[in-house]
Write a protein that binds this ligand. Structure first.
Ligand code: FO1
Length: 309
């Protein structure tokens, strides 16, 4: 039996996690998810990346929007706007149930891990989806337009502000959950999903003790590039690489994972970068990494399992 841990942010992470879930049993896959995008809106605790992964594995995600639920409506939000609320963060009518239930359980004293397990179980998800920490951690971006929270940057300002630096508020007081620690201690394969290295995977790695756990792991630790042909498959990863002074390429991403990944997967379009990435001390594999169909997701997951066998 394999024991795979996949580190994931939102859409890219969820797609590859879904691919793994088609192949691996519920006791063979653990998805450790970023929680630094979490925020409170309209009095409710929203966990975007956890929900994107959970909805994707449950088969109810809205693939057009890339977040939230399929067949969604926004009548409650419209009413909030009529009340004069500055409702720039869109919570759908069905999605609201998730946030209401999550907030209620958190208010009753449950941990985010317990809440997540309850929600996932209710949606019929059997694979383990774990928040990296139960403590509060918040991505804060210093931009040319001032300091802002992740969702202010991502949704309100549409990723337009030029990013100068990124901080994970609260991370020094966080601890990885016992469930995450156990999964990492027992894993025989670690996968860095094709998520944004700066705002999806870096917050996970910023939780004290997490990097050390990975550094002492002697098995395959595989990074999958979210950049193909110099462009991000989705989101602001390419823009952030540029603004933070890195190469806008899979090489620029690989450099973020030196000492953490011993293996890196790049897309066929980036085959010319293979040698330079190898010179960072990584084994480099080249394959088709863009996951449009469910077959693509399964195929990439299968490829990763094969090269790590
Ligand atoms: N993304 C948007 O671009 N606009 C939104 O209004 C929005 C609302 C939203 C509500 C719930 C949720 O779970 C995710 C939502 N997202 C929205 C996506 C979210 O900002 C991103 O998925 C992540 O934080 C980045 O991975």
């Amino acid at each position: 039996m394999k024991s795979v841990v996949a580190l994931a942010g939102g859409v890219g992470g969820a797609k590859l996690a879904l691919g793994f879930s088609y192949i691996l049993g519920s006791d063979e896959l653990t998805i450790v998810v970023n929680t630094a995008d979490d925020d409170r809106f309209y009095g409710l605790h929203v966990s975007p990346d956890l929900d994107t992964v959970m909805y994707t594995l449950a088969g109810v995600s809205n693939s057009e929007m890339g977040w939230g639920l399929v067949s969604e409506s926004f009548r409650t939000l419209e009413r909030l706007k009529e009340y004069g609320v500055d409702a720039w963060f869109n919570l759908g009518d069905l999605d609201l149930a998730t946030h209401l239930y999550r907030t209620k359980m958190l208010d009753e004293g449950k941990t985010l891990s317990e809440v997540c397990q309850q929600l996932a179980k209710s949606l019929g998800v059997e694979h383990k989806i774990l928040p990296v920490t139960d403590s509060s951690i918040k991505t804060v971006l210093e931009t040319q337009d001032g300091v802002m929270s992740f969702q202010e940057y991502f949704v309100k300002n549409q990723c337009e502000p030029v990013v100068k630096s990124i901080d994970f508020e609260g991370s020094s007081n966080c601890t990885v959950t016992p469930e995450v620690r156990q999964a990492v201690m027992n894993m025989d394969l670690l996968v860095f999903c094709p998520s944004n290295p700066f705002v999806s995977l870096a917050p996970i790695l910023s939780v004290p003790g997490f990097k050390q756990l990975i550094e002492s792991f002697s098995g395959r630790s595989i990074g999958v590039s979210p950049i193909v042909g110099g462009e991000a498959i989705k989101g602001p990863a390419a823009k952030m690489l540029k603004e933070l002074g890195h190469d806008v390429s899979s090489l620029g991403v690989a450099r973020q994972y030196v000492g953490l990944c011993n293996t890196f997967i790049i897309d066929e379009k980036d085959v010319a970068l293979k040698e330079e990435i190898e010179s960072l001390g990584m084994d480099v594999f080249v394959t088709q990494t863009i996951m449009e169909t469910d077959q693509d997701k399964k195929q990439l997951a299968q490829y990763i399992l094969e090269i790590s066998a």
